[in-house]
Design a protein around this ligand. Structure first.
Ligand code: SDX
Length: 436
C-alpha cells in the first residue's frame, strides 16, 4: 500500500522534505534532517505537557475521548464492570486475554498468597505521625518494599518480574489498610485467605473484635467494580511516570512508588478527595449557582470535571453513578449526591463548560460512594492507587518489552543566558544593579 506522506517545505532553505505518516503520527526524529546548514542541530518538536505527542505504542487500553469509549484489551469497560471480577480484569490487562477458569483460579490463589507484609512494615508504619496522609504512607511503604525484595531489580528475569508483580498487586490492599488503621490508632488486621480480594481488603480495614469478618456482598461487589474502572487509563500522568522511571530500569517497587506519587496530585488521582472538599464547601444545592459563578470567574476549578482525553462523558462516571445507587441501598443515601447531581445538571447546560467540553470524570462520583462506605476523603486516592497498580505494571512490562524504548530523556528549548563572565562575590551586587 502506498505510504502516506507529508511534504514540508522549509522557507529558510526552500528545501522540501517528504516525511512518512504512520498510524496518524510523524516520527519526531524525522524532523532532525530539516536543517539550515551543517552546524544546525535540526528541527525538534515542542509539546509542553505532551498535549499532542505519542510516547509509545500500546495495546493495553483504548480511549476514544470524543465518543466516550474506554476498552481494556478490546473489551468495553461496561462489559468488564458488569461481567468480571477485578482480579479477572487484572489478568486481562497484564497478560492480554481473559483467563480460563483454571487460569483464574491459579491467578487468584497466587495473589491471595502474596497479601502478607514483612513484619518490619509495621515498624516502618509506626514511624509515621498519627495524622500522616495515607497516600504519603502508601508511597513511602511501597518504596520501602524495595529493601525487602532486593532481587526485584533483576527486571529481565521474567519469573522474578512476575513474582514481584504478584507481590505488588497482593500487598497494595494490605498497605492501604495498614495506613487506614494507623490513622485511626487501631491494631492491624492480617489477611484472611478465605476471602476474595475486595472482601479481604474490607476485612483488613474494618474487622474489629469479631472472630471472622463477614463482608457485605453489595459493598464488596461495588469495590470490585470501582477497582475495575480505575485499573488502567492508557498514558495518564502516573502511567507516564511509571514508564519514565521504569525506563531507567529502577526496580518495580520504586517505580510503582513514583507512579503513586504522581497519582496523589489533586489534578490527577487526588481529585476524588478534592471533589468531597468542594461539595463540603458548597454545602447545599442552593449554593451551587454561586459556586459555578466563582469557577467561571476563574477562581478554582470544578473538581471531578474535565479531562485531557474525554471531551464527552467519562464512561466510568456513568457506571460509578449506577454503582452509587447500589451502595446507598445498603449505607443510606449520601446527601452530597444531591449537590453533585445539581452541580452536574447546571454545568452540563452552561456554555462555559459546554464550550470547553467539560464533563464529569471518574473522580466526580467515586468519592461520594467511598464516603458512604465509611472512608475518610484522605483514603480516596489510596483506593485509586490499589487497582491502578495493575495498570502501572501492565504499562511498565509493555515498555520493558518494547525494543524501540530506551531511557526516557526529553530535549528542551533553552531560553537562558549565553555564556557570562564570572563575577567575584565582592562585586556581584554592584555590577548586577549597575547592569539593570
Ligand atoms: C484523572 O489522564 C487520565 O486518564 C487521568 C485519569 C485516569 O484514569 O488516570 O482519568 C484520572 O486524573 C481524572 C482527572 C481528575 N482531575 C480533576 O477532576 C481536576 C479538575 N480537572 C482539571 O484540572 C482538568 O480538567 C484536567 C487536569 C483533568 C485536564 O486538564 P487539561 O486537559 O490540561 O485541560 P486544561 O487545564 O488546559 O483546560 C482547558 C480549559 C481551560 O480553560 P481556558 O484556559 O481555555 O479558559 O478548560 C478549563 C481550563 O481552565 N478547565 C476547567 C476545568 N478543567 C479544565 N475549568 C473549570 N473546571 C474544571 N474542572
Amino acid at each position: 500500500m502506498a505510504q502516506d506522506t507529508l511534504a514540508i517545505t522549509d522557507s529558510r532553505t526552500n528545501r522540501t522534505y517528504t516525511l512518512s505518516i504512520d498510524q496518524g503520527t510523524i516520527r519526531a526524529m524525522d524532523f532532525r534532517q530539516i536543517r539550515t546548514g551543517p552546524e544546525d542541530f535540526g528541527l525538534m518538536t515542542y509539546d509542553p505537557a505532551f498535549m499532542n505527542t505519542a510516547s509509545c505504542q500500546s495495546s493495553i487500553t483504548f480511549i476514544d475521548g470524543e465518543r466516550g469509549i474506554l476498552r481494556y484489551r478490546g473489551y468495553p469497560i461496561e462489559l468488564l464492570a458488569e461481567r468480571c471480577t477485578f482480579l479477572e480484569v487484572a489478568y486481562l490487562l497484564l497478560f492480554g486475554d481473559l483467563p480460563t477458569d483454571i487460569e483464574l483460579k491459579q491467578w487468584v490463589n497466587d495473589i491471595t498468597h502474596h497479601t502478607m507484609l514483612h513484619e518490619t512494615t509495621k515498624k516502618f508504619m509506626e514511624g509515621f505521625r498519627y495524622d500522616a496522609h495515607p497516600m504519603a504512607m502508601l508511597v513511602s511503604t511501597v518504596a520501602a518494599l524495595s529493601t525487602v525484595y532486593p532481587e526485584a531489580r533483576e527486571i529481565y528475569d521474567l519469573n522474578n518480574r512476575l513474582l514481584q508483580m504478584k507481590r505488588l498487586i497482593g500487598k497494595m490492599p494490605s498497605i492501604a489498610a495498614m495506613s487506614y488503621r494507623h490513622s485511626l490508632g487501631f491494631p492491624y488486621v492480617y489477611p484472611d485467605n478465605d476471602l476474595s480480594y475486595t472482601e479481604n481488603f474490607m476485612n483488613m480495614l474494618w474487622k474489629m473484635v469479631e472472630p471472622k469478618y463477614v463482608a457485605n456482598p453489595v459493598l464488596a461487589r461495588a469495590l470490585d467494580i470501582l477497582f475495575i474502572l480505575h485499573a488502567d487509563h492508557e498514558q495518564n500522568c502516573s502511567a507516564n511516570v511509571m514508564r519514565s522511571v521504569g525506563s531507567a530500569h529502577a526496580d518495580p517497587y520504586l517505580t510503582t512508588a513514583a507512579a503513586a506519587a504522581a497519582l496523589s496530585g489533586p489534578l490527577h488521582g487526588g481529585a476524588n478527595e478534592e471533589v468531597l472538599k468542594m461539595l463540603d464547601e458548597i454545602g447545599s444545592k442552593e449554593n451551587v449557582p454561586a459556586y459555578i459563578k466563582k469557577v467561571k470567574d476563574g477562581h478554582g476549578k470544578l473538581m471531578g470535571f474535565g479531562h485531557r482525553i474525554y471531551k464527552n462523558y467519562d464512561p466510568r462516571a456513568k457506571i460509578i453513578k449506577w454503582t452509587a445507587e447500589q451502595v446507598f441501598q445498603v449505607t443510606g443515601r449520601n446527601p452530597k449526591l444531591d449537590i453533585a447531581l445539581e452541580l452536574e445538571r447546571i454545568a452540563l447546560e452552561d456554555e462555559y463548560f459546554v464550550s470547553r467540553k467539560l464533563y464529569p470524570n471518574v473522580d466526580f462520583y467515586s468519592g461520594i460512594i467511598y464516603q458512604a462506605m465509611g472512608f475518610k476523603p484522605e483514603m480516596f486516592t489510596v483506593l485509586f492507587a490499589i487497582p491502578r497498580t495493575v495498570g502501572w505494571l501492565a504499562q511498565w512490562q509493555e515498555m520493558l518489552s518494547d525494543t524501540e524504548q530506551k531511557i526516557a530523556r526529553p530535549r528542551q528549548v533553552y531560553t537562558g543566558h549565553e555564556t557570562r563572565q564570572f563575577v567575584p562575590i565582592g562585586q556581584r551586587g554592584v555590577l548586577a544593579s549597575a547592569s539593570l
